[in-house]
Design a protein around this ligand. Structure first.
Ligand SMILES: *[C@@H]1O[C@H](CO)[C@@H](O)[C@H](O)[C@H]1NC(C)=O
Length: 308
């Protein structure tokens, strides 16, 4: 058999087996800039949002200001209609904020079957050291996923208040210590709009941010990235940070990035800004060894080499 026909055979077998060659597990965080009633009525905006969220196994939405509590259920309904491969569900935090007049929620949208939320916890003003560190206290979840190599880990969301960004990012370190004690795990990922750039965190202050200065934390979205839609701004506001070597090893190298949905979907800056002034950030985790990928691929590769 010629090598080109062997290759064709391999591709044919792969397609038969339904193996997706790229079958990582995608985690996303998106500041949807005041997502509520009015955005959910805009069909263009909703379509783009659904395309974005349906790329992710789990997606943290921030700045959800859904006072009528209809926008998120609508998003889920439309997602389930749009994506024929997957069904989605969500868990939401309390309404959070320093004043009753301005409140936001963290919402985790996830694929049923791919993700199980096994624990959830809403922080209130309770962290030792700084009882009032956050404007929007983390709503943490522990999830289980058979799809990844690490299987169980914790997500800590944070949307900081810009003027307090340095202090709030630093306080995430206290959250880490608390999660470690509470849930007996160090597999923790921090994600969200940290406002971690462009005047909100001064260069000289990074050394005082424990989540940054402590070498055990890996910042997957670097200082030079741009997570803002506007051409006139280049700021790495939105970040993903993981703790520990085990978590680091579970990350698909180079997969962490802002997702430029304007470019990807051919939107003008104005159309993109109707959705949000932020890009989502995302990262992929490696597939678990017991997942389809591993064994099936090995057998197919053997078949390939035997046939050549
Ligand atoms: C910044 O944090 C302090 C508490 O540490 C709080 O009193 C203040 O209201 C915060 N500022 C804003 C704008 O939220």
């Amino acid at each position: 058999m010629s090598s080109s026909s062997s290759l064709l055979l391999l591709l044919f077998l792969l397609s038969l087996s339904g193996v997706k060659l790229i079958s990582g597990f995608k985690i996303c965080a998106f500041n949807v800039q005041s997502f509520g009633d009015s955005k959910s009525r805009n069909t263009e905006v909703m379509h783009t949002l659904i395309r974005i969220v349906s790329r992710c196994d789990v997606c943290l939405l921030q700045e959800v200001r859904d006072t009528k509590q209809k926008a998120i259920p609508l998003l889920i309904t439309e997602l389930n209609r749009y994506d024929s491969q997957n069904q989605y569900d969500y868990v939401a935090s309390e309404r959070l904020g320093r004043t009753p007049s301005y409140q936001e929620q963290y919402v985790f949208v996830f694929r049923i079957g791919s993700v199980t939320v096994t624990d959830q916890y809403q922080y209130s003003d309770m962290l030792p050291g700084d009882e009032d560190a956050f404007s929007r206290e983390p709503f943490i979840i522990r999830l289980h996923t058979p799809k990844t190599a690490i299987r169980n880990f914790v997500l800590v969301p944070q949307h900081t208040t810009p003027t307090n960004a340095t202090k709030e990012i630093d306080a995430l370190y206290d959250v880490f210590l608390d999660v470690k004690k509470k849930w007996k795990t160090e597999m923790v990922m921090f994600l969200g709009d940290f406002n971690a750039d462009c005047g909100y965190v001064a260069k000289k202050n990074w050394q005082h941010v424990r989540l940054y200065s402590n070498q055990a934390f890996l910042w997957l979205i670097g200082h030079t990235e741009d997570t803002t839609v506007r051409q006139t701004t280049t700021c790495a506001y939105d970040r993903i940070v993981v703790h520990g070597e085990a978590f680091e090893k579970a990350i698909v190298p180079q997969s962490a990035q802002p997702f430029n949905f304007a470019k990807e979907y051919g939107l003008t800056e104005e159309q993109a800004l109707d959705v949000s002034d932020h890009y989502p950030v995302e990262v992929e985790l490696k597939a678990g060894s017991e997942h389809l990928g591993g064994h099936t691929l090995l057998i197919l590769l053997m078949a390939f080499f035997i046939s050549t």
